[in-house]
Design a binder for this molecule. Structure first.
Ligand SMILES: Nc1ncnc2c1ncn2[C@@H]1O[C@H](COP(=O)(O)OP(=O)(O)OP(=O)(O)O)[C@@H](O)[C@H]1O
Ligand SMILES: [Mg+2]
Length: 376
C-alpha cells in the first residue's frame, strides 16, 4: 500500500526493566494501512515496544502518538489498538462465534449489528462453516483464524501481532503469510507485526524495522533493507551474505577494499553513502544470487567486476535454483545461488570455478573489526 499518512509516531521512547535497557531511544513512524514488520533477534525489545503501544507497559521517557494524539496515560481498552497474542487466549467453553462476538457484546453493541459484524468477519477468515464449534475441536491454523477474527471484529486502527505464526508448522505458516496479507488488505487496518524470521518479513511487509539490543538499526521498505543495509548486522539479518572484510583505500575516484585475501573494487560513492573514509575498517556484502559462478577456464562474459578463483565443495539443489558452496584458497567459504537453466556450467564438487560480482552488487558497510590499519 502506498498510503503515507502517518498513523503512529514513536518518539525517542525508552523503557528499562531494572538495569535492563529493553527499549533504547526508539523513534519510528508507521503509516495508515501499512503492513509493518518489526524484526530482530530474541530479547531485543520487540514485545516490549508492542506492549507500550497497547498500553500494558509505560515508557520511562518519550512519546507515543496515534493519529496525532498522545497515547501515554490512555487506558489500554480505550486505545484503538488491539494485540493478538501468540497463545491466542481463546475462551475454551465458548463457540467460535461467541469467541468472536464477545468483544462487541462487551461494548453493548446492538444485537443485530453484533450478528452482522461477526458473520462478516468469520466469512473473511473462512470460518463461517465452523461457527458452532468449540476451540478445542479446531486445528492450530483454524484456532489462529479465530484469534484473528476476534482481533479485527472491533475494527481497531492498529492490530499488533506478536509472532502470530510461530505456533504453526512450516507449511501452514507459509500459507498463513499470504492469508494475513490478504486479510489486512480487506479490513484496511494497519498491521504491526513482530517476527524474527526475515523471510516472513520479506514476503508480507510493506516496510520493516530491524531492531537489536533495544535500538532500531534501520527502517525502510524490505527491498531497501535487503539491497542497501546500513550495517553488517542488518545485512546478515535480512538474508544470506558473502562477506569480505578489509580497509578502505580511497585514491581520488578509485575506491577499493584491501583485505587479507585480495583487493576489491568498490562502487564509486558507496563509501560516502556508508559514511566511510580512507582507512576505515569495512566489509563488502554480496548476496548469493549476485555472486556469479563460472568455469575458471571460460572467457569472462560481460563486465567482470571483482573475481576470485575457488573450488566447489558442495552443491544443493533447491528446485529452481542451485546453491554452490565455493571454497577460496584462504579457506573462505562463499555461497552462490544460480538459476537452473541460466548457469554457465554445471559444476560438480571439486570443480575449479571463478566467482565474481559486479561492483554495483557489492554492498559496502562499516565493519567493527580488527583488520590491520593501512600502512602509511
Ligand atoms: N517484565 C519484565 N521484567 C524484566 N525484564 C523483562 C520483562 N519483560 C522483558 N524483559 C527483558 O527485556 C528485554 C526485551 O524483552 P522483549 O520481550 O521485549 O524481547 P523480544 O524482542 O520480544 O524477544 P523474543 O523474540 O524472544 O520474544 C529482554 O532482555 C527481557 O528479558
Ligand atoms: Mg517477544
Amino acid at each position: 500500500m502506498n498510503n503515507t499518512n502517518e498513523l503512529i509516531r514513536i518518539e525517542a521512547v525508552t523503557h528499562r526493566f531494572g538495569q535492563m535497557l529493553a527499549v533504547d531511544n526508539v523513534s519510528l513512524t508507521i503509516h495508515e494501512n501499512e503492513f509493518f514488520a518489526l524484526l530482530g533477534p530474541s530479547g531485543c525489545g520487540k514485545t516490549t515496544l508492542l506492549r507500550m503501544l497497547a498500553g500494558f507497559v509505560t515508557p520511562d521517557s518519550g512519546r507515543l502518538m496515534l493519529d496525532g494524539k498522545d497515547l501515554v496515560g490512555v487506558k489500554p481498552y480505550r486505545r484503538p489498538v488491539n494485540m493478538m497474542f501468540q497463545s491466542y487466549a481463546l475462551f475454551p467453553h465458548m463457540t467460535v462465534y461467541d469467541n468472536v462476538a464477545y468483544g462487541l457484546r462487551q461494548e453493548k453493541i446492538a444485537k443485530a449489528e453484533v450478528a452482522q459484524r461477526t458473520a462478516e468477519v468469520l466469512e473473511m477468515v473462512g470460518l463461517s462453516g465452523l461457527a458452532r464449534r468449540k476451540p478445542d475441536t479446531l486445528s492450530g491454523g483454524q484456532r489462529q483464524r479465530v484469534a484473528l477474527a476476534r482481533a479485527v471484529v472491533k475494527r481497531p486502527r492498529v492490530l499488533l501481532l506478536d509472532e502470530p505464526l510461530t505456533a504453526l508448522d512450516r507449511k501452514l505458516r507459509v500459507e498463513m503469510r499470504l492469508e494475513l496479507k490478504r486479510l489486512q488488505h480487506e479490513v484496511g487496518i494497519t498491521f504491526l507485526f513482530v517476527t524474527h524470521d526475515q523471510e516472513e518479513a520479506l514476503v508480507m511487509s510493506d516496510r520493516a524495522a530491524i531492531m537489536n539490543a533495544g535500538k532500531i538499526l534501520q527502517f525502510g521498505t524490505v527491498e531497501e533493507l535487503y539491497e542497501s543495509p546500513n550495517s553488517l548486522f542488518v545485512a546478515n539479518f535480512m538474508g544470506e551474505s558473502n562477506v569480505f572484510t578489509g580497509r578502505l583505500v580511497v585514491t581520488g575516484e578509485d575506491v577499493t577494499l584491501a583485505g587479507n585475501s585480495g583487493t576489491w573494487q568498490v562502487a564509486p560513492d558507496a563509501h560516502r553513502r556508508a559514511n566511510l573514509t580512507h582507512g576505515d575498517s569495512a566489509a563488502i556484502v554480496v548476496r548469493p544470487e549476485r555472486l556469479r559462478v563460472e568455469s575458471a577456464a571460460s572467457a569472462p562474459v560481460g563486465e567482470i567486476g571483482n573475481a576470485l578463483e575457488g573450488m566447489v565443495t558442495d552443491l544443493v539443489y533447491l528446485g529452481s535454483t542451485i546453491e554452490y558452496l565455493v571454497e577460496l584458497r584462504d579457506k573462505t567459504r562463499l555461497v552462490g545461488r544460480v538459476q537452473v537453466g541460466q548457469q554457465f556450467g554445471d559444476f560438480k564438487p571439486g570443480a575449479t570455478v571463478r566467482v565474481s560480482w559486479n561492483i554495483q552488487h557489492g554492498l559496502l558497510v562499516a565493519h567493527p573489526s580488527s583488520a590491520a590499519p593501512l600502512a602509511k
